[in-house]
Design a protein around this ligand. Structure first.
Ligand code: HEM
Ligand SMILES: *[C@@H]1O[C@H](CO)[C@@H](O)[C@H](O)[C@H]1NC(C)=O
Ligand SMILES: *[C@@H]1O[C@H](CO)[C@@H](O)[C@H](O)[C@H]1NC(C)=O
Length: 326
């Protein structure tokens, strides 16, 4: 069925509206290329179906497995925080290099097949044109939209990097970080405190495994509500890999994550600290009260994240297989 409910109709109208606005924007601004070579509507001339192909591949994959929405959003975050948004997260290890992917901090990343599928189709349509880094960025954007989150537009033109090293994954935030550490690490990447809280709101999607929060149970964490501690303990009785959804609606992009923090029901220490700490509590309360404000700030912060240390021009390449450098 094509139009099964009013929300999906609204979504289709919105999606088309964005497409039209994008084209108008490109015509009006005459292909604005930034210093790094990125621009809105980057593929309009040389691969006009690039964005629709990615959207279609993502939609098909998520209709079959809704839990992949979380995986795609998280993949983009990990890609951008290590070596910039350059597709380095996708590279497989080789005989003489252990890639980011094989770090214990790969923290159960999934969804690589979705990127491979999109890449295959894009190589058929316009070989050697669309970078893997752009596919990851578009897929995350489409996953947020698919899950009911904000629609946003991102510039494209990222190049794929050639470096992916296991040791670089120390640059990812740890689930045991407190607010000071989160503010510091995100600040180093140019994010404001508000951006950091909004981006953490990506945890409205998906799950964490027991191994990511069990230390909160062993050395009783006072920021964890006693009722919710029982829920987490129960999950952990299923072992280290047992999954705990971050909020009550794991496949829907909403503001329930922030409501959970207000009830001391944040899954990770790094989630709950945003409510515990006076510097960020007000932002959590704002987002819990006002979903539109969360969506707006999230979309701004994701746009910023999608531009982290991007490689333009000759600094990178367009891989023909996202798992291997050319
Ligand atoms: C603020 C610092 C952050 C920390 C400490 C953190 C840490 C984690 C951890 C430990 C997990 C669970 C991994 C597992 O147990 O398998 C997780 C899951 C996830 N993270 Fe984060 N994260 C942070 C920020 C972000 C950001 C900025 C995004 C995206 C914009 C993001 C998106 C996700 C998603 C969607 C999941 C669920 C994945 C799934 O269900 O497959 N996280 N994160
Ligand atoms: C994550 O890393 C572990 C080794 O620490 C590896 O066995 C696993 O295959 C990796 N997962 C992915 C999806 O690459
Ligand atoms: C946050 O953690 C760091 C490192 O463990 C510690 O030095 C600092 O005092 C902590 N800050 C707060 C506000 O708890």
């Amino acid at each position: 069925m094509l139009l099964k409910s009013p929300p999906s109709l609204a979504k289709i109208v919105m999606a088309n509206l964005i497409g039209v606005l994008l084209i108008i924007e490109v015509i009006v601004s005459g292909f604005p290329f930034g210093a790094d070579g990125l621009s809105m509507g980057y593929y309009i001339m040389n691969c006009p179906l690039a964005e629709p192909i990615v959207r279609h591949t993502v939609t098909r994959a998520l209709d079959a497995d809704p839990t992949l929405a979380a995986a795609l959003v998280r993949m983009h975050f990990h890609d951008c925080f290590i070596e910039g948004c350059d597709g380095s997260v996708l590279l497989d290890s080789t005989n003489d290099n252990t890639a980011e992917k094989d770090s214990p901090a790969n923290l159960s990343l999934r969804g690589y097949e979705v990127i491979d599928d999109a890449k295959e189709e894009l190589e058929n349509q316009c070989p050697g044109v669309v970078s893997c880094a752009d596919i990851v960025a578009m897929a995350a954007r489409d996953a947020v939209f698919w899950a009911g989150g904000p629609v946003y537009d991102i510039p494209n033109g990222r190049k794929d990097g050639r470096r992916s090293k296991i040791e670089d994954t120390i640059n990812l935030p740890s689930p045991s970080f407190n607010t000071s550490q989160l503010i510091k690490m995100f600040g180093q990447h140019g994010f404001s405190v508000k951006d950091m809280v909004a981006l953490s709101g990506a945890h409205t999607l998906g799950v964490a495994r027991c191994s990511s929060f069990k230390n909160r149970l062993n050395n009783v964490d006072p920021t964890l509500g006693s009722e919710f501690a029982k829920t987490l303990s129960k999950t952990c009785s299923g072992g280290d890999n047992a999954e705990q959804p971050f909020d009550a609606t794991r496949n829907t992009f909403d503001n329930f994550y922030f409501n959970a923090l207000q009830r001391k029901s944040g899954v990770l220490f790094s989630d709950q600290t945003l409510y515990t700490d006076a510097r960020t509590r007000g932002i959590v309360n704002d987002y819990a009260r006002n979903q539109a404000m969360f969506f707006f700030n999230f979309q701004q912060a994701m746009g910023k994240m999608s531009l982290l240390d991007v490689k333009g021009g000759a600094q990178g390449e367009i891989r023909s297989n996202c798992r291997k450098i050319n």
